[in-house]
Design a protein around this ligand. Structure first.
Ligand code: THU
Length: 139
């Protein structure tokens, strides 16, 4: 398991803060930015993108996962998510599932400077994942 240093966490937080400036949140006015570190050392980013049809909103983590694939990075090891005030957000339920697919239970989720990061497996215990598809498919 790769554990980022305090300095790497701070850099991820800064990238997430910068990503909030590119958020599109005209409805909730909650800007969200996310930054993730991949196991091959690439930093990816995402911002929330809302929609007039509210339910179609894309969370910042969703945009981050798209960025991960777009740049050809592989697995996530650490993710920081912040709101427009620069303070950490713990990913919503749907985003926990999205992140799980691309990093599994060992992904570390920032809890803020000086706080112990969360393990995704603790935020989403007994997760349904890719392995379950093969195990549970019926003819
Ligand atoms: N939001 C995220 O981007 N990520 C989360 O994990 C929680 C919520 C966004 C969605 C919406 O644009 C705004 O925050 C308010 O819910």
């Amino acid at each position: 398991m790769i554990t980022p240093t305090d300095e790497q966490w701070e850099r991820l937080r800064d990238r997430a803060r910068r990503a909030t400036t590119r958020s599109y949140a005209p409805y909730s006015h909650v800007r969200v930015g996310a930054a993730g570190l991949s196991d091959d050392g690439v930093v990816v980013e995402g911002s929330n993108v809302e929609n007039a049809s509210y339910g179609l909103t894309l969370c910042a983590e969703c945009s981050l996962v798209s960025d991960l694939r777009r740049v050809g990075a592989t697995r996530l090891v650490a993710v920081a998510v912040v709101a427009g005030d620069g303070e950490p957000i713990t990913p919503c339920g749907r985003c926990r599932q999205l992140l799980y697919e691309h990093g599994g239970p060992d992904v570390l989720i920032d809890a803020g400077a000086g706080a112990t990061p969360h393990r995704l497996g603790d935020l989403l215990p007994d997760a349904f994942g890719p392995a379950d598809l093969g195990l549970r498919a019926t003819p």
